[in-house]
Design a binder for this molecule. Structure first.
Ligand code: HEC
Length: 114
């Protein structure tokens, strides 16, 4: 009897985890092409393609989670880039300068409202 209760708890926990993962997933963008509205966003996009695209393809989830639908505020995203987390590598100031990271942030923001 006791073992049954435990497996129900585990099942419910697994369902909650799966459900929250599904919520984080963004809808695929169909028939829309992104156009950068200014130089900073365009620069950010170029840097993004170089450093982030392979794990966060087009802002969508890949190896890393989707960035175009994350509720995380800008400063937290920058912190994540500097500190890294789990599989995500960290990027120091030589790899991505402060101004460049700002532009990546602008690009991500533009993607969100795209
Ligand atoms: C080698 C693959 C990889 C690269 C390259 C990469 N990331 Fe990530 N990223 C990840 C993974 C994996 C996670 C999830 C980490 C975790 O939660 O353990 C993540 C998480 C994040 C998060 C947190 C999202 C959230 O909602 O929790 C942000 C923001 C982020 N990445 C931004 C970037 C940016 C910006 C770049 C480029 C400068 C980048 N990443 C490059 C793999 C990568």
């Amino acid at each position: 009897m006791k073992a049954n209760k435990i497996s129900i708890v585990i099942l419910v926990a697994a369902a909650i985890v799966l459900y929250s993962c599904a919520l984080r997933k963004s809808e695929p963008i169909v028939g829309k092409t992104f156009t950068a509205k200014n130089m900073q966003v365009q620069h950010g996009q170029e840097l993004y393609m170089k450093h982030c695209q392979k794990c966060h393809p087009g802002g969508e989830g890949g190896l890393g989670p989707a960035l175009n639908s994350t509720p995380a505020p800008g400063f937290l995203k920058k912190l994540q880039v500097r500190a890294g987390l789990g599989t995500m590598p960290s990027f120091n100031h030589q790899e991505i300068a402060k101004e460049d990271l700002k532009d990546i942030g602008k690009y991500l923001k533009a993607l969100k409202h795209f």
